[in-house]
Design a protein around this ligand. Structure first.
Ligand SMILES: NC(=O)c1ccc[n+]([C@@H]2O[C@H](COP(=O)([O-])OP(=O)(O)OC[C@H]3O[C@@H](n4cnc5c(N)ncnc54)[C@H](OP(=O)(O)O)[C@@H]3O)[C@@H](O)[C@H]2O)c1
Length: 242
């Protein structure tokens, strides 16, 4: 399935604390969340980005996507855990396997389209010493995951991931944070998928910012989270225009 230019982030389906949004998070109920997903699908959006660190997000998606799994690409992550109050990190291969198995159960599926390392910032240490990416590649060979990579926090991390077999990177890009621009273009040229996070600076930007990000070379899909259907419509319109 070809990834649409806009993807839906699902932090706000499951986590309301320890996040940096400008306004307090009101988690939608199941009816509102189902309507949001249906609206996203009607706009051509086909990739959902989730993570164990997004609280109830995976479990809720598993419930909400019953009967429509084959219409969606699902990206989840490993390495960041959320206990309802705080995040902790674990990048060991054992935890990676455990986390992917748990994500499959929570999402009620037998494969993940994309699994990314949810970096805490120590990209080089994780990639050189933790064995997390090697384990993700093993899980890909076992058929549990279709593409693997990293949601990195440094250019060096993204560069290294490209040499170590990453299929996808999740890069930060907005008009205030442009440090990943070159590695984004390089990754795309090398055939690596490029997902963008923070295009709206976690809600401090507006839909027009998406036009700029969408026009940057190498960007395959921009992940934007929203629980507001009107924002979703506006974001899709901006990206289609770009
Ligand atoms: N380390 C990581 O891997 C990492 C880190 C950050 C993000 N991510 C992923 O990347 C996605 C994007 O991250 P993000 O930091 O940009 O934030 P985000 O979690 O997607 O949140 C976007 C914010 O922008 C608001 N918004 C969306 N469309 C809008 C519009 N048209 N006008 C005004 N406000 C709008 C949303 O509020 P409303 O609900 O009110 O629309 C929300 O508060 C996340 O959802 C997540 O999937 C990954």
């Amino acid at each position: 399935m070809h990834t649409a230019a806009l993807s839906l982030g699902t932090v706000k389906l499951g986590r309301a604390t320890g996040v940096k949004y400008p306004t307090p998070v009101r988690i939608p109920d199941d009816q509102q969340a189902a309507a949001l997903l249906a609206h996203a699908a009607s706009l051509g959006i086909n990739l959902l980005d989730t993570a164990p660190a997004y609280g109830e997000s995976e479990i809720r998606l598993g419930r909400l996507l019953q009967g429509q799994r084959d219409q969606w690409l699902i990206c989840t992550k490993v390495g960041e855990e959320f206990d309802g109050r705080n995040s902790t990190h674990n990048f060991t291969p054992e935890h990676c396997r455990y986390s992917i198995t748990r994500s499959l159960e929570r999402l009620q599926t037998d494969y993940l389209d994309i699994a990314l390392i949810h970096s805490d910032g120590a990209d080089l240490h994780i990639l050189n010493h933790c064995g997390t990416l090697d384990m993700l590649i093993k899980l890909k060979q076992e058929g549990l995951v279709r593409a693997v990579g990293i949601s990195h926090k440094s250019v060096e991390g993204a560069e290294l991931a490209l040499t170590k077999g990453a299929d996808v990177i999740m890069a930060t890009l907005n008009q205030d944070e442009q440090q990943d621009r070159q590695v984004i273009a390089k990754a795309a040229q090398a055939g690596c998928g490029v997902m963008i996070k923070k295009a709206l600076r976690s809600g401090h930007g507006n839909a027009a910012d998406l036009t700029w990000v969408a026009a940057q070379p190498g960007v395959h899909t921009i992940v934007v989270g929203t629980t507001n259907p009107a924002h979703l419509t506006a974001n899709a319109a901006c990206i289609n225009q770009a």
